[in-house]
Ligand binder design. Structure first.
Ligand SMILES: [Zn+2]
Length: 304
């Protein structure tokens, strides 16, 4: 049974909510076009951290290395697309100190510092680099692999097994209820990310539909049943390779009962008294903001 009861609605995209979404000025490609200028942006990773330019250290606005060649020796390189017509390369290096004027930073550390369009391409780059780093050997016979399908995949030199980047789908759901006192949002604080209240989330299991995952995870984590499931939108989340698929839903029945070991706390928060919310880079924040905007279009949370 299809448990999406209502038609798909458009995902509102306020201008401040670009986050990690690839901009429309970016074209995803795996092979550089023949007429593209040599070089371009270099998204270089060392142990999961990105090389960025800095004149006086963060939080001065950092940037990404540009030029015909990478600014330090790299062990591999992969083309990932064009940003405003400029080639974007990702590469990795090992145990090399950054050259003068550069530092290595985590992607999360670059939130609100690196321009959004560069941060989004860096998110794609991080997943590409991580895929090639962790699939040098075949998962079937352990022989060496090589690039395949124009760089999208890796193929085993011995047995021919082909592997594409792994993407882990996860559902996110914001449960709401409208009472005589206004709208309330169900926000939870997970045991693994205990610093902030957010929408519920969980990974899709083998052969499970995303819709069934929403119903299962919601009941497991907070003990309630939901209805009126509506698709909101999706977003890649490169920590390390998730695809967040977000919904809204209405409370149908049940009182909150937090799952031990998974959920530290969960509460119904009135829109007029919300806790600290997730960063604007997450689809959770866009989901929460959209639910607030329906009932309180001038709410201060929408301006952050
Ligand atoms: Zn093999």
């Amino acid at each position: 049974m299809n448990k999406i009861d209502c038609p798909v609605r458009l995902n509102p995209e306020p201008a401040i909510m670009n986050g990690l979404i690839l901009p429309s000025s970016f074209t995803s490609l795996w092979d550089p076009p023949a007429n593209v200028a040599p070089g371009g942006f270099w998204f270089i990773f060392r142990a999961g951290k990105l090389l960025v330019t800095t004149s006086a250290g963060l939080p001065d606005p950092p940037g990404i290395a540009m030029g015909e060649r990478p600014p330090l020796p790299v062990s591999d390189r992969h083309f990932v697309g064009l940003l405003d017509g400029v080639a974007c390369w990702v590469a990795s290096c090992n145990d090399i100190e950054p050259p003068a004027g550069f530092v290595f930073e985590t992607l999360r550390g670059l939130f609100n510092h690196l321009p959004d369009n560069l941060l989004a391409v860096a998110g794609r780059g991080a997943q590409v680099v991580e895929f090639h780093r962790t699939h040098c050997h075949c998962g079937v016979c352990a022989a060496l692999t090589e690039l395949d399908d124009f760089g999208r995949a890796r193929r085993c030199k011995a047995c021919g097994e082909i592997t594409y980047p792994r993407i882990a789908p996860a559902m996110m759901v914001l449960v709401k209820r409208d009472t005589g006192h206004g709208r309330e949002l169900l926000l939870a604080k997970g045991a693994r990310f205990a610093t902030i209240y957010s929408a519920l989330a969980g990974f899709v299991e083998p052969s499970e539909s995303v819709e069934d995952c929403v119903h299962r995870e919601t009941f497991e984590e907070v003990g309630i049943r939901v209805c009126n499931l509506r698709y909101f939108g999706s977003q890649g989340w490169p920590f390390p390779h998730s695809l967040m698929i977000a919904f809204t839903a209405d409370h149908e029945s049940g009182d909150i009962a937090c799952q031990a070991g998974e959920i530290l706390d969960a509460q119904w928060f009135p829109t007029g008294n919300l806790p600290e919310l997730p960063s604007r880079f997450s689809i959770a924040r866009r989901l929460i903001n959209a639910a607030i905007a329906e009932v309180a279009p001038d709410h201060p949370a929408l301006r952050k």
